[in-house]
Design a protein around this ligand. Structure first.
Ligand code: MG
Length: 350
């Protein structure tokens, strides 16, 4: 066996001797031989491929624990893991990008009350569906606040109710001041998480999702956690503006499931996080004519996006839209509680 000193191996692999010693300690890349007297490490030429793969994965920013799992794989198996890792990084980056944009707006916004250029007209509707014994969803549509919460577990209904109740103060007459929306929303969601903890204490695995939009007069601030969704209908196109925090969505992101497989996955409703963990926060510039939809998975589980787009586009007003969408879910079997809130961005009256 051809053995290289640690210095020669470091040079050939692009890893520093210091890194090689660390990877030895972590069991990531063991030397082929360690001199029992001097402690010098020697590496086999045949280990170069693995060492170079480790070096590339480090350069990608992959954590060491994950590198350990990937570096024992070869070819297509390793490629699949690299693709999955990168998909995860991109999903996380998208969430941070939205937050950064929100923060930039907040920091550049002049303090004081900004002009209210547009108004929000909205309606909400929630239904038990045809199968579930009770409705554990809670919806809210006020002048400034739209919210959907989908409770789960033995105290699911009190959980979703408490979450929405804790946000209702956001719907007050004056609304949030520009430059203050991010803190206000984050505090409100944290308060909602506390309220849910109070009502679910001792109730086993219970909690709720929360997807809420707060109207600022020209923008919509979004807080989202779980697998309820927000969509925007703009100029006839439907855009989903939330990312599900569900096991199935993460498998989809990582390319481990196809969309068709995801549709019939037995663990479709398994959440990665629920209210109490950090929400996704983003700010949306509203345009006149925008129609926003918040809904629980009782809609999206049985009504495809194309159909949602058709129904949403055809409804003359938010009241009709929420009724039609809930009817569509029930016509498709109504296997879950179904809730919809629709908000139209309109020029002010008068
Ligand atoms: Mg549900």
């Amino acid at each position: 066996m051809d053995l290289l000193t640690i210095g020669a191996f470091a040079k050939a692999s692009g890893l520093s001797p210091k890194a090689l010693r660390l990877y030895d300690e972590l069991g990531l890349l063991r030397p082929a031989r360690v001199d029992p007297f001097t402690g010098y490490r020697y590496y086999a030429v045949a280990q170069l491929d693995r060492a170079r793969l480790v070096a590339w994965l480090r350069r990608l920013g992959m954590p060491l624990a994950r590198i350990r799992a990937v570096s024992v794989l070869t070819g297509a198996d390793a490629a699949r893991e690299v693709r999955a890792y990168w998909a995860r990084v991109e999903a996380e980056t998208a969430v941070r990008r939205d937050l950064a944009a929100f923060l930039v707006t907040e920091l550049t916004e002049a303090p004081g009350k900004g002009p209210t250029m547009l108004e929000l007209r909205c309606a909400a509707h929630s239904d038990r569906g045809h199968v579930r014994p009770a409705n554990q969803d809670t919806v809210y549509a006020g002048r400034r606040l739209l919210a959907v919460a989908d409770g789960f577990g033995p105290a699911g209904a009190p959980a979703s109710g408490a979450a929405v109740e804790a946000l209702r103060f956001l719907d007050e007459e004056d609304g949030p001041r520009p430059g203050d929306v991010l803190n206000l929303l984050a505090d409100a969601v944290r308060g909602a998480g506390d309220a849910v903890r109070d009502v679910t204490e001792g109730a086993g695995d219970a909690g709720t999702t929360l997807t809420a939009l707060l109207w600022t007069g020209s923008r919509l601030a979004l807080a989202h956690i779980g697998d309820s969704r927000a969509y925007l209908l703009r100029e006839g196109g439907l855009f989903r503006i939330t990312h599900d925090h569900s096991v199935v969505q993460s498998l989809l992101d990582e390319g481990r499931l196809t969309p068709a497989e995801a549709e019939s996955h037995p663990q479709r409703s398994l959440l990665l996080k629920a209210l109490g963990a950090d929400p996704d926060l983003r700010l949306h510039e509203a345009l006149p004519g925008d129609r926003y939809l918040l809904c629980s998975d009782g809609l999206t589980g049985v009504v495809p996006d194309d159909r949602i787009r058709e129904l949403l586009a055809a409804a003359p007003d938010p009241e009709t839209a929420v009724r039609t969408l809930v009817d569509a879910a029930n016509t498709a079997g109504g296997p879950d509680n179904v809730s919809c809130v629709v908000g139209d961005v309109v020029p002010p009256v008068g």
